[in-house]
Structures are given as structure tokens and as C-alpha cells.
Design a protein around this ligand. Structure first.
Ligand SMILES: C[S@@+](CC[C@H](N)C(=O)[O-])C[C@H]1O[C@@H](n2cnc3c(N)ncnc32)[C@H](O)[C@@H]1O
Length: 218
């Protein structure tokens, strides 16, 4: 079974309430602050990949963002979020898909924001990382923002029973390529419900116009 198989994640979300999970946040910071700092209009298209049952969705609805897309490989996770949100859940688009083998995601219209907290680091195979960054590049508009939060280099090497790959901002910039400008990078210590510490790096990149035209001095 590949490590990112839906059954692995569905079993986790079936077994535990979201607030008991090792990545639960009662207040979804720093993501919410970083998203607001992008100063996008309220009707900007925001894609939240591997969003699980995150309270970030509730917080963004409260802030009146109207074009939210919630995606996860686990249908169970999204059902938990929908249950909690009730009628509010109808205000956003829900997509069950695999970032390492995107189908529905590949057909999405371009987005203004890509947000990922704690998903990319599960992709330890180079081909899966490649698929993830190819999709990001396919979907994010020029001028749009990519917010990626992963375990930093001091982080643990396992999470949710799976191995992880840790990053710093420089490594993420290399993967994204020259048309992504690093706007901000912060190291942030997350405290799990158990009280254990998990060191993350939060990065904000803006997609800019990159010209490969070389000027001759002749
Ligand atoms: C550690 S949890 C983080 C959830 C959420 N981003 C948060 O911060 O609360 C990782 C999430 O990524 C999802 N995930 C794992 N592999 C995935 C894949 N290949 N495609 C899409 N989502 C995936 C899991 O189902 C899970 O909800």
C-alpha cells in the first residue's frame, strides 16, 4: 500500500475526533494570519490541499472568504469538517483527490492561493514531490501566493505512522523555481494536544513574472 493511500488516512479520521489528532489547532495560526497578510480580495480562489478537518476552514468562512476549495485524500476527514460546519459547508467546494495522482484537481480553474499545512512532508518519493509541485505550478495564477508549512530541519522524521521529508525555505524555493519569490519564512513551534513540540517552517511565496530573455551587449 503506498504511504499516501486513502485508507491509511480514513482509518485515522475514523478512529479519532479531529481535536485529538496530533496536528489539531483550535486557532489555525500562523496560517490564518499569513493568508490575511496576502491581502487578497474576499472572492479570491483559495485552494487548501490536504486540509483534513482543519478549523482553518471555519475561520476563513468567518472572515468572509467566499471561494474556498477544500481538498483531501480522505473523504472521512472532509465529512468531519462538513459535519462541524453544518449549513456553512455548502458555501465551499469539496474535493476528494490525491495530490500524488491528481484527477479532479488537475481540471480545476486557476487559483489565487495554494495553502498546505503538513501535507507535502509526507511525500518522500521524488516522483510524488514532482507531481505536487507540477500541480501547484499548473494551478497557481501569476501574482498568486503559495503558503507551504512543513516540518523544518529540526522536526521529527515520522508523523501519523509515516516517514516525512523535512524542509527549509531554501529547499522549497528550489523546488518551486525562479518564478516564485519568497515573501516570508518563519520557524514556528506547534504544540500537539499531548503537549509535545513539533517545529515547522511556514513559507509564503508569490508567483512573479520570470523572464528568460537574455540581453546581448552587441
Ligand atoms: C497531518 S494532516 C494535516 C491536516 C491539515 N492540513 C491540518 O493542518 O490540520 C495531513 C493531511 O493530508 C492528507 N493527505 C495525505 N496524503 C494526501 C494526498 N496524497 N493527497 C491529498 N491529501 C493527502 C491527510 O488525509 C491529512 O488530512
Amino acid at each position: 500500500m503506498p504511504p499516501t493511500h486513502p485508507s491509511h488516512w480514513n482509518a485515522i479520521y475514523q478512529k479519532s475526533q479531529p481535536e485529538k489528532l496530533g496536528w489539531y489547532e483550535a486557532a489555525p495560526q500562523p496560517s490564518l494570519g499569513l493568508i490575511n497578510a496576502c491581502n487578497l480580495p474576499k472572492d479570491a480562489r483559495m485552494l487548501h490541499v490536504g486540509v483534513g478537518a482543519s478549523t482553518l476552514l471555519d475561520a476563513l468562512l468567518e472572515e468572509d472568504y467566499s471561494e474556498l476549495i477544500a481538498c483531501d485524500i480522505s473523504e472521512e476527514a472532509l465529512l468531519k469538517a462538513q459535519d462541524r460546519l453544518g449549513a456553512e459547508a455548502r458555501k465551499m467546494t469539496w474535493i476528494v483527490d490525491d495530490l500524488t495522482d491528481p484527477n479532479l484537481l488537475a481540471g480545476l480553474a486557476p487559483v489565487d492561493l495554494w495553502h498546505d499545512r503538513a501535507v507535502l512532508h509526507f511525500f518522500t518519493e521524488e516522483k510524488d514531490q514532482q507531481t505536487y509541485f507540477d500541480l501547484l505550478r499548473k494551478l497557481l495564477k501569476t501574482g498568486g501566493y503559495a503558503i507551504i508549512a512543513t516540518y523544518n530541519l529540526e522536526g521529527v522524521d515520522q508523523c501519523a505512522g509515516l516517514p516525512v521529508k523535512r524542509y527549509n525555505a531554501h529547499m522549497l524555493a528550489e523546488q518551486l523555481g525562479p518564478d516564485f519569490q519568497l515573501v516570508q519564512a518563519i520557524d514556528y513551534t506547534y504544540y500537539m494536544p499531548s503537549g509535545d513540540e513539533r517545529p515547522y517552517v511556514y513559507t509564503v511565496f508569490q508567483r512573479v513574472v520570470f523572464s528568460t530573455v537574455l540581453f546581448s551587449t552587441d
